[in-house]
Write a protein that binds this ligand. Sequence first.
Ligand code: CMP
Length: 139
Amino acid sequence: AIERTFSIIKPDATDRNLTGAINAVIEQAGLRIVAQKRIRMSRAEAETFYAVHKARPFFGELVEMMTSAPVVVQVLEGENAVAKYREIMGATNPDSAAPGTIRKQFAKSIGENSVHGSDSVENAAIEIAQFFSGNEIVG
Ligand code: CMP
């Protein structure tokens, strides 16, 4: 089915001017970037976005990292977009990520792992709604 997923190009990647390189991998995989904006995430936005990880030991570090520099938030659309984007992102830890994936090519570490992608269609809808209004998404 045609799905939408939510993507973030994280500070470690925007810092290194990798937005275009990552977008090229996304588009070459057949996903369409139907919404995109560069923002500075606030602490409140990062805490809300990562609320599911609040109890994890890395939560504080994660919020610091996500608010440390600009991010690019995106909506990606295509056939099986949620699973397809997770496949091309690669494993959370770049050391375990498959060759050719975004994280294998670009990520610095398990924390500074260059991109986020939704883990389900349900969470994609919630995450998209946190950052985009309907009229900002143009399919
Ligand atoms: P993401 O897919 O955005 O979801 C949660 C994020 O937490 C993850 O990518 C990483 O950026 C970060 N993360 C996960 N595990 C660790 C860890 N062990 N140490 C630091 N950060 C982590």
